[in-house]
Design a binder for this molecule. Structure first.
Ligand code: DAH
Length: 332
């Protein structure tokens, strides 16, 4: 037995742990269940009582020694590994993603309005009739409610995919007290044929301002500020229009100029580019959301994000904005 112990001890001392593979090899040959030391213990158990006394201490000391050497070896291997990592090396080229052009435009617009006190609000894309239509003063027989424009929920036609972000106006007015200044970006849906210029879903940005004494002059000045900040243009015009939820209503054009071929194409030779719809919030809409139209007034506006993107980046087909082809997206 003595001889066996001495042999193992020698082997342990001679063993150099230089790598994690070595450490594992050490563990397997000396410490694991079938290793030399547990085997020694098995033999030890067979010994008569007094011999047990003789060898017990020695074998235990051997085991301790092996465990210590194993731990030390493992530690020094790990330390060496850490020191050998070169933290200054540059990483492999990862295929980074890109901000989507629609997100870029949305965030720019949010920033511009944030500077004049507008916060950001969101609403659901599956919307009920009240928030998408009724509270916005759409008459019962209004064609926008028609099956041709709206995707209704088949099982419950009181719900539909929202056709505009104006629905968020209603939700904000129901939940907040004036003064209200909010921008509502989001995706909207229309049951329309898909082509290079129109899609069955797209994005809008809605704006709403409700307070005491808000006038059409405030609306015009706010839109002018936006046109200057976003398009870098300092001339706008407002053409009378109609929306059920605003009175009076207007379409806004920004003066783009006619300096080159693109300007001609973009503005169809007029120099003016239509950018949004807007108006003074109809008193009936305020009333529907429990805001007293005798005390408060406000304005609202809404614009399409895809349309801005197509113009700004001269993108020939709206479908490119939802295909997520990296060759296209990497250009922005
Ligand atoms: N909701 C309108 C649309 O989808 C856009 C719009 C027009 C929003 C006038 C407004 C507004 O808030 O005042 O075409």
């Amino acid at each position: 037995m003595n001889e066996q112990i001495a042999k193992i001890e020698e082997a342990i001392r001679a063993f150099k742990i230089g790598s994690s593979e070595d450490a594992e090899q050490f563990r397997l040959s000396f410490l694991s269940r079938k290793g030399q030391i547990p085997t020694l213990f098995e033999q030890f158990k067979q010994l008569p009582g007094e011999e047990k006394r003789l060898y017990g201490k020695t074998i235990n000391a051997l085991k301790q020694q092996a465990e210590d050497l194993y731990k030390e070896g493992l530690q020094s291997v790990q330390q060496k590994q850490q020191q050998s990592v070169d933290y200054t090396r540059s990483v492999k080229d990862l295929p980074f993603g890109n901000r989507h052009p629609l997100s870029v435009i949305r965030d720019e617009i949010i920033d511009i309005f944030a500077r004049i006190g507008f916060d950001v609000s969101y609403g659901p894309e599956i919307e009920d009739d009240w928030h998408n239509f009724s509270a916005l003063n759409f008459p019962e027989e209004h064609p926008a409610r028609d099956m041709q424009d709206t995707f209704f929920v088949e099982k419950n036609p009181d719900f539909a995919l929202r056709t505009h972000t104006s629905s968020v106006q209603v939700r904000v007015m129901e939940n907040e007290k004036p003064p209200i200044r909010t921008i509502s970006p989001g995706r909207v849906y229309r049951n329309e044929a898909i082509s290079a210029r129109s899609h069955c879903f797209f994005h809008q940005i809605e704006g709403l301002y409700i307070d005491k004494g808000v006038s059409f002059a405030d609306l015009k000045q706010t839109i002018l500020y936006f046109a200057e900040q976003f398009f870098g243009k300092s001339k706008i015009r407002m053409r009378p229009s109609y929306f059920p939820f605003t009175e009076p209503s207007a379409e806004v054009d920004v003066y783009w100029g006619l300096n080159n071929e693109v300007d001609y194409r973009l503005t169809k030779g007029t120099g003016w580019l239509e950018i949004m719809g807007c108006g003074m919030v109809d008193p009936a809409v305020l009333q529907a959301s429990n805001i007293d139209p005798e005390v408060y007034s406000g304005f609202a506006f809404g614009m399409g994000v895809e349309r801005i993107a197509l113009n700004r980046y001269q993108i020939p087909d709206i479908r490119m904005l939802s295909e997520n082809d990296m060759r296209f997206l990497k250009q922005f």
